[in-house]
Write a protein that binds this ligand. Structure first.
Ligand code: NAP
Ligand code: ZN
Length: 333
């Protein structure tokens, strides 16, 4: 079977039409006809070669996929045929190790990335393990649910792990991940602070669920924010003054990195003495994915999206690079 998509032939090259061959379905595979695919900043990192060997060219990125299952392999659940499903950053794991068995497939050492060494979602279809295709609840429209598959789960996971309804939660970077984090934290009952790099997103951040908005480049405002948050989720792929965000933590607080700046993060250990922790987090396992989708449907959490046809993928990537999107591009068939 020939599959058409859009690939970069080398690092930083514009994407161009590209076709590849698939040799039919493996036992657990699903053949998914893609209707929508979000454009995540991780796609940019991959296409630019920021993460070294993770990028293999020709590279078809795209890992916020929604589509319809057209066929499944001999061992897969035949009831999946015709279902609307989503696929995120992960398309496979061993399913037998301690991490997989405890519902933390994202930690499996045999983790298979949707567009790492595989062709991803900027394409007309994709064939992958049906056990990593998540049925989308009826209440969620595809065009603004696609970003939940990566951006959504990535911020939902640390909120589930570190926050409760009494928590004061900060979110650094109001982009694809950040604008969903504001919504989840608000609906979980938290007090929510948006930390953005300018004043430009204030009204929208408040509409998304922030109770408080701070321009992180305003030193006075950051001083006032000291000891104000139990959990801060850092989504900005930028080298910020992390010390000022550690100072914004309350005792026992957690600064959680989900965004991936290109330089090591530097924090003075003396600042961590109030039982503070600096941690990382990535996506979430299959059970977390199901919880996230159910929570999103119940609380009307959707990405604010701008839709473009799939052949405008280069426009989406260029504007994402310029922080010129409110708040996620979703490519449509
Ligand atoms: P995005 O849509 O581009 O949003 C990032 C936001 O960070 C921007 O909207 C901007 O918000 C802020 N920002 C960007 N550049 C900045 C700069 N130079 N200085 C200060 N702030 C800046 O990106 P995304 O799709 O949300 O992804 C964010 C990061 O998370 C990326 O590094 C991505 O690779 C990573 N990621 C990680 C995981 C994981 O599993 N850990 C999953 C998905 C994505 P303001 O305008 O509000 O400042
Ligand atoms: Zn992503």
């Amino acid at each position: 079977m020939t599959i058409q998509g859009y690939a970069a032939l080398e690092a930083k090259a514009p994407l161009e039409a590209f076709a590849y061959e698939e040799n039919g379905l493996g036992a657990y595979d699903a053949d998914i006809e893609i209707s929508h695919c979000g454009v995540c900043h991780s796609d940019l990192h991959l296409l630019d070669g920021d993460w070294g060997r993770l990028s293999q060219y020709p590279l078809i990125a795209g890992h916020e996929i929604i589509g319809t299952i057209k066929a499944v392999g001999s061992a897969a659940d035949a009831n999946l045929v015709g279902k609307r499903v989503g696929v995120g950053w992960q398309r496979g794991s061993c399913l037998t190790c301690e991490w997989c068995l405890s519902g933390q497939e994202e930690l499996c050492s045999d983790h298979v990335g949707t567009c790492v060494g595989n062709y991803g979602g900027f394409a007309e279809r994709v064939i992958l393990d049906s056990r990593f295709a998540h049925v989308i609840p009826d209440g969620l429209a595809s065009d603004n649910a696609a970003p939940l598959l990566c951006a959504g789960i990535t911020v939902f996971s640390p909120l589930m792990r570190y926050a409760n309804s009494r928590s004061r939660v900060g979110v650094i970077g109001i982009g694809g991940l950040g604008h969903l984090a504001l919504q989840y934290a608000n609906k979980m009952g938290c007090h929510v602070t948006a930390f953005s790099s300018s004043d430009a997103k204030k009204d929208e951040a408040m509409a998304l669920g922030a109770h408080h908005y701070i321009n992180g480049s305003d030193a006075d405002a950051m001083k006032k924010a000291r000891r104000s948050c139990d959990l801060i989720i850092a989504t900005a792929p930028a080298n910020l003054d992390w010390g000022q965000y550690v100072r914004a933590l309350r005792p026992n607080g957690t600064l959680c990195f989900v965004g991936i700046p290109n330089k090591p993060i530097s924090v003075y250990a003396g600042q961590l003495q109030d039982n503070l922790q600096v941690v990382g987090s990535s996506i979430g396992g299959r059970y977390a994915m199901q919880q996230m989708l159910e929570f999103s449907a119940r609380h009307d959490i959707v990405a604010w999206t701008e839709q473009l046809p799939m052949d405008s993928v280069n426009t989406a990537l260029d504007r994402l690079r310029d922080n010129d999107v409110r708040y996620r591009f979703v490519l449509e068939k």
